[in-house]
Write a new protein. Structure first.
Length: 500
């Protein structure tokens, strides 16, 4: 029975927030009442900054012992340790977020909570805020203790902007980790499973912290603002995803998470073989009908999913613009590109470049095929962001070199028409289509189609991606590879080559 508030009752955002905070206060009161939760967090949060303060002193003395040229390393060690001190308490406080739903279910206290007369979104936000407050408080306490020790021992205090940056960075990291952990807690059937799945949260975030550490030692503090913004977007996506897939009835009914491969394969084949408008129907699926798929399914899917294709197209326009603007910042020296004297054996020397695929039909075809297939795989782990990045990179290079060619006195339109257009007129639409449907795989994680859970939504998106990939993208890529190897070099040499 759905115990959420009737949809017909109009309530304001302030009232919704108040209802969510009722749950938050209850959760915080229960957590602070349990000394087995507060004592380890409090002790570890206080001890770790003193350890880092001691480490900072030893490291600073060590690098300065070998000469004043190492003073820069000692100077940039302090912001690094400040970031680590703020990040460390979040990791061991993450257990609170992992227990938000599945822990209460194991203790038998979940059913009264889910029977509260509030909506799923208010309940979810209340639990998430409660799981976030303690890790953030522990992080801020650790930073305060560390800074106090550094002021007293070394007289070091970060600039206001750097301190704000570290606070925002740790806050965003904590928010992302907690948001992901609450999703894990709401979708698992035991605390043990939730704790095991936590490695998929901690390890990527630890890798991100390593990347941030490199930026800190390089002094690239401006890049950290982009990381903060990206973490903020990721947090909004995770919160949206958690609210979208949260279902109190499913949580109560779920006993054991079982992976039925036969059922998964049956559902996938149904999504793949049925016409798109009948994909969600249950029961048997029709036999393969290649003619119907080519004449009906492919056009229907392209019309239905035009928004994702439009997003990819707009992103590529932005990538080209980024490449053009980058050319003005990093101009090539005069004479670096000589298009008017290309020798006739230019394309025969391409295989000598080890980082490029073999310049043959099969080499070019399998290179493009591998890149677009990888985009579909990476969409599962990046909410669809990585496929866009993979496609933006070559388009940004096209814009960059077109602008460089223009700066050196050549026509950029002729350059694009000879080097890119002969095969790009086929290859680029194939890449846009593949990336657009890969984007849908990432979107299925955040917002699965109505009537489907996350798993079924991903299966449907994967089936659509595979159908489009096999029936349309692969043939287009093969045709583009033939044109790139057989036609494009002839056009380039006819326009720019040295004629005897």
């Amino acid at each position: 029975m759905d115990t959420s508030l009737p949809e017909s009752k109009e309530i304001t955002l302030r009232e919704r927030l108040y209802l969510a905070l009722v749950v938050t206060r209850r959760e915080l009161r229960d957590s602070l009442r349990d000394w087995r939760i507060t004592t380890p967090i409090f002790i570890l949060t206080l001890l770790f900054p003193f350890l880092m303060n001691f480490t900072a002193g030893m490291a600073r003395d060590f690098v300065l012992h070998y000469g004043g040229q190492n003073a820069l390393i000692a100077e940039r060690l302090n912001p690094f340790l400040l970031m680590i001190v703020g990040f460390f308490p979040v990791t061991f406080s993450l257990v609170l977020a992992l227990e938000t739903f599945v822990g209460e279910k194991e203790r038998g206290s979940l059913e009264p909570l889910l029977s509260m007369p509030i909506s799923d979104g208010e309940l979810y936000l209340g639990k998430m805020l409660a799981a976030l407050i303690l890790p953030l408080a522990a992080s801020y306490l650790a930073i305060s203790v560390y800074l106090t020790g550094m002021v007293l021992s070394a007289g070091w205090l970060p600039e206001g902007l750097m301190l704000l940056q570290m606070l925002l960075l740790n806050s965003m990291e904590a928010s992302v980790m907690v948001s992901a952990a609450v999703i894990v807690s709401s979708q698992t059937s035991s605390v043990r499973a939730a704790n095991l799945l936590a490695s998929f949260i901690i390890i990527p975030m630890a890798l991100l912290v390593q990347a941030e550490s490199i930026l800190l030692f390089w002094g690239q503090y401006d890049v950290l603002w982009w990381i903060i913004a990206a973490l903020g977007v990721a947090n909004l996506i995770l919160v949206r995803m958690g609210i979208r897939i949260f279902n109190r009835e499913e949580i109560l009914a779920r006993e054991v998470d079982e992976l039925n491969l036969r059922s998964v394969l049956r559902d996938f084949l149904g999504y793949f073989l049925r016409p798109p408008e009948q994909a969600l129907q249950r029961g048997t699926y029709p036999p393969p009908d290649l003619k119907r798929m080519l004449c009906h399914d492919i056009p229907h899917m392209l019309r239905t999913h035009w928004p994702s294709l439009a997003v990819v197209l707009l992103t590529l326009v932005g990538a080209v613009a980024l490449g053009v603007s980058s050319a003005a910042q990093w101009p090539l020296p005069e004479g670096a590109i000589r298009l008017d004297t290309l020798p006739q054996d230019t394309f025969e020397r391409v295989p000598q470049l080890g980082f490029l695929p073999r310049f043959s039909v099969t080499g070019v075809f399998f290179n493009n095929l591998r890149a677009l297939a990888l985009a579909g795989l990476l969409a599962l782990f990046s909410f669809g962001v990585m496929p866009l990045v993979l496609l933006m990179a070559p388009l940004a290079l096209v814009g960059f070199f077109a602008a460089q060619v223009a700066a050196l006195g050549y026509s950029p339109l002729v350059f694009v028409a000879t080097f890119i257009l002969p095969h790009g007129i086929i290859e680029l639409p194939a890449a846009i289509i593949a990336t657009g449907f890969a984007l849908r795989i990432g979107a299925a994680l955040v917002s699965p189609p109505f009537g489907l859970d996350v798993g079924q939504g991903i299966l449907l998106a994967l089936a659509d991606f595979l159908k489009m990939f096999l029936l349309l993208v692969v043939p287009l890529l093969f045709l583009a590879a033939i044109l790139e190897v057989e036609l494009t070099p002839q056009i380039v040499l006819a326009v720019y080559g040295v004629h005897s």
